[in-house]
Design a protein around this ligand. Structure first.
Ligand code: GLN
Length: 451
């Protein structure tokens, strides 16, 4: 009830939820109360969560923040939400996001943008919460949920977590099932949690993870006790500091925070090692070829016949065209055009194939680094949260937000964003911990040390 009142009071301004499921939440809470009374508590019994509106929920509208799925009610449950329900969680509703998770500021949602609960000192200007999981992050930051599900294709868990002063982890590709999660770029998409603390993220990830025969890329690996790993400490760990993440023109405050993180880790008994990840500069252009290519293919299914919105047409082709024109927003159309272009017969070799080769080189940089270090520390974002009107009409400036986060998706490795400090205007800043594939435990231990 406390969380539902917060949603009622704040959602009209913050717009973190597209759908609030108050009645169902109260019923789940009642069941949780009964389980607690009987001494049958599970890991998440009674924990109120927001669910990014990209996870299919049986009988509850799932929009992907797109008009084209505006009336889509799935007849099945995503594996992630099924796992959370199995462990006793209470769902407050479906969180806002960028349309089909394409964006870094929540400006592209067909249900209106999300407002960051944080403001600059002495200013009333509305700021973006980051994206695409901006609704999830804003809901947690404003105490409209205790935790939330999110997804990360190029930074959509870590960047909004950093902008909203909370923690968020993109696990290793394959750690969390993608079944029932609306696809953006299938070789990059991974679900994960956002929460107030690193340890809360560890608990939530433990519940979300695990092998799922319904996702062919799901990894058949045991799920370790992530919460226990948070308490391991960092004594003796070697932490890599990659020089390529020191960008020209990066705000001095971000550099200072990074140095602070290094100092904290040394104090806690870790050793830091300067390393090089030489192909980092190609990560952003590579991502913005691979992700739209896969998106253009995944989004072909929204044709007005099988899902959601249907516009009338004189014939089937006309129906397809009218539905897609009416249903997709501007950014989604831009991605479809870029994606079909880089995959087209004359340009495939020059763009898509080349991007795939560079992706391999980026992954190899990390493989080499793991010979020298156990984890890597970088800034999470190149800036703090920005104003709602900034970067709106400049897609390239918007894409630059992802410069520190896309590498983890291209390489498939885990990345954790940790709230680590404030800038001079009082806005939160995050540090990012990267780790080896399926070594989220070390990532959590390092994250806990700089939190
Ligand atoms: N901002 C990136 C994009 O727009 C990443 C989005 C995401 O991770 N879902 O593609």
């Amino acid at each position: 009830r406390t969380y539902l009142s917060a949603v009622e009071a704040l959602n009209p301004r913050i717009n973190a939820y597209i759908t609030v499921t108050a009645e169902a939440a109260l019923e789940q809470a009642k069941a949780a109360e009964a389980a607690l009374a009987k001494g049958e508590a599970k890991p998440l019994t009674g924990i109120p969560l927001a669910i990014k509106d990209l996870f299919c929920t049986t009988g509850i509208r799932t929009t992907a923040a797109s008009k084209i799925l505006g009336n889509f009610v799935p007849p099945y449950e995503s594996t992630v939400t099924a796992n959370l329900l199995r462990d006793g969680a209470v769902f407050l509703g479906k969180a806002n996001l960028d349309e089909f998770a394409m964006g870094s500021s929540n400006a592209t949602s067909a249900f209106g943008g999300v407002e960051n609960p944080w403001k600059r000192q002495n200013s009333d200007a509305a700021l973006v919460p980051g994206g695409s999981s901006g609704g999830s992050a804003a809901a947690v930051a404003a105490r409209m949920a205790l935790g939330a599900t999110a997804t990360d294709t190029g930074g959509s868990i870590r960047q909004p977590a950093a902008f909203c002063g909370i923690a968020g982890i993109k696990p290793t590709y394959g750690r969390v099932s993608r079944f029932g999660t609306v696809a953006f770029a299938s070789s990059l998409d991974q679900a994960g949690p956002v929460a107030r603390t690193v340890e809360d993220c560890a608990i939530l990830l433990g519940s979300m993870s695990g092998f799922d025969p319904k996702d062919s890329t799901s990894a058949d690996m045991p799920v370790p006790d992530f919460a226990a790993a948070c308490k391991r400490g960092v004594k003796g760990l070697r932490i890599g500091i990659p020089k390529e993440y020191r960008l020209p023109g990066m705000p001095a405050e971000i550099e200072a925070l990074w140095q602070q993180g290094i100092a904290w880790l040394k104090e806690a008994g870790a050793e830091t090692v300067d390393i090089s990840l030489p192909h980092t500069q190609y990560a952003l252009p590579t991502y913005y070829i691979v992700a739209p290519a896969e998106a253009s293919s995944n989004l072909a299914r929204y044709d007005g016949v099988r899902f959601g919105l249907r516009e009338d047409g004189v014939d089937l082709k006309d129906l397809y065209e009218r539905t897609r024109r009416a249903g997709f927003g501007e950014e989604v159309r831009r991605r479809i055009m870029i994606g079909t272009y880089v995959l087209s017969a004359g340009y495939y070799d020059a763009y898509y194939l080349k991007a795939q080769k560079i992706r391999t080189l980026i992954k190899r940089d990390f493989d080499e680094a793991w010979g020298k270090v156990d984890a890597i520390l970088t800034p999470a974002t190149p800036s703090a949260a920005f104003g709602r009107d900034e970067k709106r009409d400049d897609p390239v400036a918007m894409y630059l937000n992802d410069v520190f986060t896309v590498t983890a998706n291209l390489a498939g490795i885990p990345g954790l964003s940790v709230p680590a400090g404030l800038d001079a205007q009082g806005l939160p800043l995050g540090l990012q911990v990267l780790g080896k594939s399926f070594d989220e435990e070390t990532v959590f231990a390092v994250g806990r040390a700089i939190e």
